[in-house]
Design a binder for this molecule. Structure first.
Ligand code: NA7
Length: 547
């Protein structure tokens, strides 16, 4: 493909996606490096995940004050912006991202309502050729995917699904005008983090809510509450320390995993520790001991604590037992944070329908059929999750060197170096790609780390007079074996979760996120950079595309 074919001027970089990662990447490319960059975004505004997920109750499960851009972006914004709740709801996070887009004048370099249909590496031109749904073809030296990890929805192919005469929704593609369920009979399929947020809100309105549960989860107390003035003051005066800590801890939170095994303390003491974490809410419970995710026996102590909590809330013992997970260890599926979810099952007009032993047979014109019973409903809410981490990358139809597609290369699972790049796909960077900590961490911290690493890498290339970079196969093999070795030390593979690709029929089962922790991972990435981008081969095309 020759560059003469391009009908738009060449760019230095194209970024796909205008969520948390794409916005920050654009700012760095354009305003820090002075590059000509464009973001391509399928939605009609910024926000990414927070643009699409508008279902009732949608909220972040990481605390707002550290689920936002850090002091690396703008210290003034940290002081000016005050979150209204401990865990921000979707509209507030979207407003925050819109504010960032305005503050840095980012929208002028974003092509909205446009989907990337294909991206092909042009070795002769040392560039990516990008085709989009608006019929345009663009080219750029570098292609950076900022597509999010949970952006391709999973809509199971239930027999008869499309025959349903009522309204159906997927939580990840919620109508902007909202949905009023007042007086309706509603089916919610799924009991992951999304359903756990949505069900209490839907059940407030609906005449009857049927929740179809395949696998019960260990839901942790959300502990959401309004942010007080005192909270805000304390946080704002400590921001530097808070951010510094997030970059060094295992999960990218400003608190770390306690350095003690679960059995190192007495039963009473452990209980107190769990109770304290429970009362504070959020993922703290998962950081109470250092072996919860490594040792089945240690894990069982937390699992039993959580089952007890369910029994303490849900009045009907049969329903409580049905809601209690027993088939997988705690935290081997992403634990939802609950704010009133279990309590909802004490309502007379909420029914839990188990669909593990007797899966959903079909969907009919009138409703959902399980075990010969037709649950007649007016609306169906599919809270059935996403083809995580690789789903959207594959939909970009990436073709690398020698005509090899990403999908073909990754048929047996992702192959990356640091979760950032992949051999055969020069000048491609995947922000929060598989085999990086991403979904096993506070996403924004991981996003910033990736964006900053890519920014430094591009600066370094320019300083070296190079404009082509590709990781070696040896480096990739090394990363994969380290990644797999660390993953195998955990209990993660003991559950059928989207973390291991088990939620999508036919998807290769592998541990997708890097399990070594945010701080360790950052150290490894920094080390690669400090050694002159060890594991990469770089060269110069002799062109002068970069400013
Ligand atoms: P999840 O966590 O993948 O949950 C999807 C739910 O849908 C889960 O309970 C699934 O049961 C259920 N599901 C999926 N397919 C089926 C079929 N065929 N039959 C019955 N039930 C089904 O997605 P969420 O949107 O809740 O959360 C995704 C992430 O977003 C979350 O982890 C946070 O990081 C934010 P299963 O457990 O697979 O048996």
């Amino acid at each position: 493909m020759s560059t003469a074919e391009h009908d738009t001027p060449d760019l230095d970089a194209i970024v796909v996606g205008a969520g948390f990662s794409g916005l920050y990447m654009l700012h760095r490319l354009r305003d820090t490096l002075g590059l000509r960059a464009e973001v391509i975004e399928s939605a009609d505004d910024v926000g990414g995940t927070w643009y699409w997920n508008r279902y009732p109750g949608a909220r972040c499960d990481s605390e707002s004050y550290f689920y936002s851009y850090s002091d690396r972006l703008d210290e003034d914004l940290l002081q000016e912006w005050t979150w209204s709740e401990r865990f921000a709801a979707q509209p507030e996070i979207l407003r925050y991202l819109q504010t960032v887009a305005e503050r840095f004048d980012l929208r002028r370099d974003i092509r909205f309502s446009t989907t990337v249909t294909a991206a092909t590496w042009d070795e002769g031109g040392t560039r990516w050729i990008v085709d989009t749904s608006d019929g345009r073809r663009s080219s750029a030296r570098y292609l950076i995917t900022a597509v999010g990890c949970l952006s391709t929805t999973n809509l199971p192919d239930f027999p008869g699904r499309d025959s349903f005469r009522g309204k159906s929704y997927h939580t990840g593609q919620w109508p902007h005008e909202g949905v009023d369920f007042t007086g309706q009979r509603v089916a919610v399929i799924g009991t992951g983090a999304t359903a756990v947020q949505a069900v209490p809100e839907i059940a407030e309105q609906a005449a009857h809510t049927y929740v179809f549960q395949r696998t019960p989860n260990y839901d942790i107390a959300g502990g959401n509450r309004p942010m007080t003035e005192a909270d805000a003051k304390e946080i704002k005066s400590n921001y530097r320390d808070i951010w510094a800590r997030t970059r060094e801890t295992g999960f990218g939170f400003p608190y770390d995993i306690a350095d003690r095994p679960a059995r190192s303390v007495s039963d009473e003491e452990r209980r107190e520790i769990f109770e304290e974490a429970w009362a504070r809410g959020g993922f703290r419970l998962g950081t109470t001991f250092n072996d919860l995710l490594l040792d089945a026996d240690a894990n069982s102590t937390a699992a039993e604590f959580l089952r007890e909590k369910i029994r303490g809330v849900v009045r009907d013992p049969e329903t409580a037992e049905k809601l209690s997970p027993r088939d997988h260890p705690f935290f081997t599926k992403r634990p939802p944070l609950e704010n009133g979810y279990y309590e909802t099952f004490n309502k007379d007009n909420v029914t839990l329908v188990g669909v593990r032993e007797t899966p959903i047979d079909s969907i009919t014109e009138k409703g959902v059929v399980v075990d010969g019973v037709e649950y007649e409903v007016d609306s169906i809410v599919f809270a059935t999750g996403f083809d995580a981490m690789t789903g959207t990358l594959f939909r970009l139809n990436l073709t690398g060197r020698d005509g090899v597609t990403l999908k073909a290369k990754w048929e047996a699972g992702p192959r990356s170096y640091l979760g950032l790049t992949t051999n055969g796909f020069p000048n491609l960077f995947m922000l929060t790609g598989p085999q990086s900590p991403s979904v096993m961490s506070n996403m924004v911290v991981s996003i910033e780390q990736h964006v900053d690493w890519v920014t430094d890498c591009l600066r370094w290339l320019r300083e070296q007079g190079r404009d082509r970079i590709e990781n070696t196969l040896a480096a990739e093999d090394g990363w994969i074996s380290h990644h797999d070795e660390v993953g195998a030390m955990t209990l993660l593979d003991q559950a059928n979760s989207w973390w291991v690709g088990a939620n999508i029929p036919g998807k290769t089962r592998r541990i997708y996120p890097y399990m070594g922790g945010v701080g360790v991972y950052k150290g490894l990435c920094d080390d690669v950079a400090a050694k002159g981008y060890e594991g990469f081969e770089t060269s110069s095309s002799g062109a002068t595309a970069m400013a």
